[in-house]
Design a protein around this ligand. Structure first.
Ligand SMILES: *[C@@H]1O[C@H](CO)[C@@H](O)[C@H](O)[C@H]1NC(C)=O
Length: 257
């Protein structure tokens, strides 16, 4: 259920109003009034869910951050009140909406690695879609909040080529410039071919490094030139050459690109 919620939130862009701006900032913005409304929602015999929805579900991430801190300074802890008064997925989603982007992502990353087995797909998708700066914010929040680093959790819960890929991405080592060096594109195309379709088995390291270090615009050019040169799509190559977590991760990056 939580994983579904995460996917919904990350893919729709509704909650953070970031990727697809379907949510525009409330104007005029009245954080004191909003905090008071929320406070009122907890006062009656029954919690007023409509008030909670109308405040938390219709404001942008940065506005919700201000509302949450206003509430906390004037009326105690919003998170605790939501925890106490609500239940089920409505509780889960409402609490998530009070978290800053960084805290939200940190908690979700932690959750993907808690419990039985690691939710590798969610882990890949969260790490893949964040900028180096966002990842740096998450890493520093994470270590303060949990007392150990994000990378150490990834190390304990993953292995092999997938581990190296996800760590290089989590450490924010991806080139983020928008300039594409076509000489390097050509070199990468040849390297990927030589390390994949040209040999029996595949040289995972070559794929891991190119897919975790190069910019997404660069990878887009690599995909185009690869197909032009060898008559096969890079997406197909990664799905035939690799299986398991690494296969799915490389495939996801191709799709994301
Ligand atoms: C482009 O990539 C090639 C090959 O790696 C490198 O030798 C060259 O210096 C790069 N050019 C620029 C402008 O960075």
């Amino acid at each position: 259920m939580r994983i579904l919620l995460i996917s919904f939130i990350l893919s729709s862009g509704i909650v953070f109003g970031q990727d697809i701006p379907t949510l525009v900032p409330a104007d005029p913005f009245d954080p004191n009034g909003d905090a008071l409304q929320l406070f009122g929602a907890f006062q009656g015999f029954e919690t007023d869910n409509d008030k909670i929805v109308s405040v938390l579900f219709y404001q942008t991430a940065s506005q919700r951050e201000v509302i949450t801190s206003t509430f906390d300074s004037q009326h105690g802890s919003l998170e605790n009140d939501l925890k106490f008064d609500l239940a089920g997925s409505f509780q889960t989603l409402s609490i998530m909406l009070t978290h800053s982007m960084t805290k939200f992502l940190s908690i979700e990353l932690h959750e993907t690695m808690s419990g039985l087995g690691t939710a590798q797909r969610a882990l890949t998708e969260i790490v893949m879609s964040r900028t180096n700066q966002e990842l740096a914010d998450v890493r520093s929040f994470y270590v303060n909040y949990y007392g150990h680093s994000l990378v150490s959790d990834i190390e304990r819960n993953t292995c092999c080529a997938y581990q190296k890929l996800i760590i290089q991405m989590a450490e924010g080592m991806r080139d983020e410039s928008n300039l594409v060096n076509m000489t390097l594109v050509q070199e990468d195309v040849v390297a990927l071919y030589e390390a994949g379709p040209a040999i029996f088995g595949a040289d995972k390291n070559v794929y891991v490094n190119i897919f975790s270090l190069r910019s997404y615009v660069h990878l887009n050019e690599v995909g185009i030139l690869f197909e032009l040169t060898y008559g096969m799509s890079l997406t197909n190559v990664v799905t035939t050459e690799f299986t398991g977590d690494i296969g799915y991760a490389l495939y996801s990056i191709c799709k994301y690109v």
